[in-house]
Every structure is written in C-alpha cells, then in structure tokens.
Ligand binder design. Structure first.
Ligand SMILES: [Cu+2]
Length: 497
C-alpha cells in the first residue's frame, strides 16, 4: 500500500526530508483514511504559478512542502500561421498552441482561474487530466466570453498530464488547439537536467489541402473521418525548426515533456539519431530505459530524457512517417559542440531527412506567397522561392547544380528537352515520368515519381527557377498554367514519349 499518513506527511513537509516519503509509505496504517498523494494542508502564503509559453518549461518548484498555488489561464481565440502562408483560427489556452505549461508539486492545492477573453465567440472550459474529480474540472469551469470561473483541486497524483477544453463539440475545441500540459512534480522533485522542453503534437483539419495558402477553415468532415491535413508539433509547421529549433550542447541531459493533444491520432514519437535513456511512458511513474520510439496516446503525455553526445541536427518526428514529411510533424533539436568521432564519424547531411525544412527558413517562399496574394509577384521572387523549394524537393535526385547523376538522373542544366518545350516540365512534375527519355544525347530509363504534393504556385516557382538557371532558356511559369494542367486528365502510362 502506498498510503501516506498525515503525521508523516507533516513531518516531511516541515523537515524537508523528502526521501523519507517511501519509507513512510511502507509503514502507513491500512485504515488510516488518508488519501494517496495527500501530503496535508497547504503551508505558507499562496503562490502565483508562473506559466510558460511552449517550448519553455517553468523552473522546478524547489519546494518540500504542499502549498496553495494560484493558476490563471485565459482562453484566447486568434488567427495564427499554421504553415508557410497559411493561417488558421486557433482557440488557445493563453495565446499559443499548445497552451501555457503549468508546473505544481504533488500535494499542492491548486486554485484554478479560467478566463474567457471578452473578444472570444465561444464558451470554453478545462479538463485537466491531473485532477481527481468529475470532468477533471470541466463541469466547474464552463465559462462564457468575458467571464471567469474558479475551482480548486488537490494534486494527488504526480506525473505529466494533459489538459484540454471539453466544451461541445469537444472534438472541434481540441482540434482547434485547446490543449496543453500540467506537470505535477513528485514531492522530491525531478532529477536535475540541463534542458527541459515542452513539445506537443496535434492533428489539424482544414478545408484546403496541405499548404494551400490563405486562411483555412476547420473541416468537420475530415475531422470525423480522421483524415488530418496537418500533424504538427507546437501548433504550426516550422514552430521548432530553423531559427526556432530547440537547442542544446554536447554532453548535456535533455528532458522533453511530450504531449499529444490529438484529437484523433496517436503519436509514435521518435528523435532521429538519439536513443531515449529514460522514458516515463504515458507520463506514469515507472521508467523504461533505452527506448527508440515511444507511443503517446491522444490525450496522453510522456517524459523522455537523453544525453547529447554528438553535435548535429536531431529531427523529432511522429514515426508514422508521412505525417512527418507530408503533414508537418517535424521538429529539430540542434546540438552544438565538438565532434566526437569515437562515437560517430561526423559529417552532417541535413538534407537527407529535412528537405526544404533544412534551410534556416522559407522566407523567400513566404515573400512569393505574399506578393502573389497581392497580385504583384515578380519573376525574381518566383526564382528565389523556387530555388528554396528545389533544394528541398528536386536536388536529392537532380543535384543542387542541376547536373543530375550520370546514367540515373538526367540533368536539368542546359537540358535540350526543356529547351524544346519549356512548358512540358509542368506535366512531368504533375504526372511523373518513366520509360526511356533522352536528354542531351544520353538515354535514361528510370522513374521520376509525381510531385503532386507541391502546390500550384510551388510548381510554378520551381520551374521558373529551373528555366532561369544553368543555361536554360529563361521564361516564366504562372500558377494558373499549373492549375489548368492539373485539371486535365492524366494520359495513360508511358504516353508522351
Ligand atoms: Cu473550448
């Protein structure tokens, strides 16, 4: 039995001999009537919890007694980027997706204040999985716009828990980003590490396709069918890449609090090139060691820890891998420090995994999108955006300098095929290419897969870049030409040669 007597709890609280907890638990009387995790009444003055925006985590409580902790959280509905040039009306706890991180200690009495911003349109509430009580607080916290609710709970169980809105339609509130994490520290605290970060996965459903530009409304049909348009860490594509990547140095210990808001998908959380030394799977107390990929259920969380030995970019993914490369579930931990050739030979090739996310940012792509929306897209902007996208999508095969690889990938540089018909590459990108093709006098009998994941303006920009590079004839492809070609029925396989 893990029951803890009040006498012991008070003793611990007053003396700070936290490691006495386990000994006390072993000798607690069975019928003492005390509740597991109840470390007695709160001591001292009430404490205002400091909440943090993702990916930051509040500092440890460093407390050895139970306190009364006041948590204030405001629901804010706002339009924010979900991907490059794409926005979405998120519903948030505190202004970000995921919501602010809450950190308390087991045994704390938490006085929770939920505010619903007066500019909001919807009522909201909160269900904290760390709460013992009906609805996890949901019933007591239903709040109309411009109002505030208050309820109090005792944090009986330690662990990492998610919280989420539970107002009908619940799925829609969660899908719009209404979730976050609350850490209930064990009485003795967590072992110290060099970095703690807050990462949370969620699936999103927009009426437009992946990376279709503009403000995208929520798509209930896709959500019910569990067909997400985006699967993301921290609420937007690129929230944790480029300049915003998580950072560490070599020879450090990193702890990630990883949550999964869902609403639908479970996450196969993996960090490419790292092995988790310790995982508190499902946020529970038991530690699993030496884990490659940990499963995080929708509405669940885990604590993962690892040591950094080799510098480089570590890519965090949902290992349901199309989600990573075609729906956005990709984040980066950048580890700086000296090479350690005894452990790994070195030489980092970002583009192997990262494609178009490898660059510091996609500023040129954003610029092109903005100009296109304003009807002022220039050829130069198209070329710059196309160069970025080419680096991520085409260069693996055709090489960065467009020379291709002898006998395998034909050159795009000075290609007589492109020169003969500068519009034909539109169809090649949309439909792919296979069978024999002759470029600059050499035959290729390989396969190019269709690049249908690219948007119309993406294809137009890439091809405008190709046409104006490496001795090709120049010219310009407009997105409308791609749209038109996409609408045409695909020819039978092998046709067009
Ligand atoms: Cu809500």
């Amino acid at each position: 039995m893990k029951h803890l007597s009040l006498a012991f709890a008070t003793f611990i609280a007053l003396t700070g001999f936290n490691h006495a907890v386990h000994a006390a638990a072993a000798t607690a009387p069975e019928n003492s009537g005390y509740v597991h995790g109840d470390l007695g009444p709160p001591h001292g003055d009430p404490i205002h919890a400091v909440l943090t925006f993702p990916p930051n985590v509040p500092a440890p409580t460093y407390r050895n007694y139970p306190a009364k902790v006041i948590v204030e959280l405001e629901v804010i509905e706002k339009e924010m980027p979900i991907s490059e040039g794409v926005t979405y009306t998120f519903w948030t706890f505190g202004g970000t997706v995921p919501g602010k991180f809450i950190r308390v200690r087991q045994g704390d009495t938490v006085e929770f204040h939920l505010k619903n911003n007066p500019n909001n349109k919807m009522p909201h509430n909160i269900d904290l999985h760390g709460v013992t009580g009906p609805g996890g607080g949901a019933a007591s916290s239903f709040t109309a716009p411009g109002h505030e609710s208050q309820f109090t709970f005792k944090a009986l169980n330690q662990g990492i828990f998610i919280y989420h809105c539970a107002t009908a339609p619940v799925g829609m509130h969660v899908a719009n980003g209404m979730y976050g994490l609350i850490l209930i520290e064990p009485p003795e605290g967590l072992p110290p590490v060099d970095h703690e970060y807050y990462v949370m996965q969620g699936d999103f459903y927009t009426t437009g396709k992946y990376r279709e530009k503009g403000l995208q409304p929520f798509d209930m049909e896709k959500a019910i069918d569990e067909r997400p348009t985006y699967v993301l860490f921290n609420g937007s594509e690129g929230s944790l890449t480029g300049d915003k990547a998580l950072k560490a140095k070599t020879n450090e210990n990193v702890r990630l609090f990883v949550g999964n808001g869902g609403p639908n998908l479970v996450s196969s959380f993996h960090v490419i090139g790292e092995i988790f030394d310790r995982v508190r799977q499902e946020g529970g107390t038991h530690e699993q060691e030496n884990v490659q990929t940990t499963l995080i259920p929708a509405g669940g969380a885990a604590m993962v820890e690892f040591h950094t030995d080799v510098p480089g970019s570590y890519v965090m993914v949902d290992h349901s891998i199309f989600r990573a490369f075609n729906k956005g579930a990709l984040a980066i931990l950048k580890v700086d420090g000296p090479e350690n050739k005894a452990i790994y030979s070195g030489k980092e090739v970002d583009s192997v995994y990262l494609g178009d996310r490898a660059g510091p940012n996609l500023a040129a792509v954003t610029q092109a999108t903005t100009s296109a929306a304003a009807g002022k897209l220039t050829k130069e902007e198209q070329i710059k955006a196309g160069q970025q996208l080419f680096a991520g999508t085409c260069s693996v095969c055709h090489q960065t300098n467009g020379e291709g690889l002898p006998g395998v990938f034909p050159p795009l540089a000075k290609s007589d095929l492109i020169a003969a018909d500068p519009k034909r590459p539109i169809r090649i990108l949309l439909q792919g290419l296979n069978g024999k093709v002759t470029v600059n006098g050499k035959d290729y009998t390989s396969v190019m897969p269709p690049m249908t994941q690219l948007s119309d303006d993406g294809i137009a920009n890439i091809l405008t870049f190709v046409l104006n590079s490496w001795g090709n004839p120049g010219g310009r492809i407009d997105a409308s030409e791609v749209t038109k070609a996409r609408a045409e029925p695909a020819p039978a396989a092998g046709a067009g040669h």
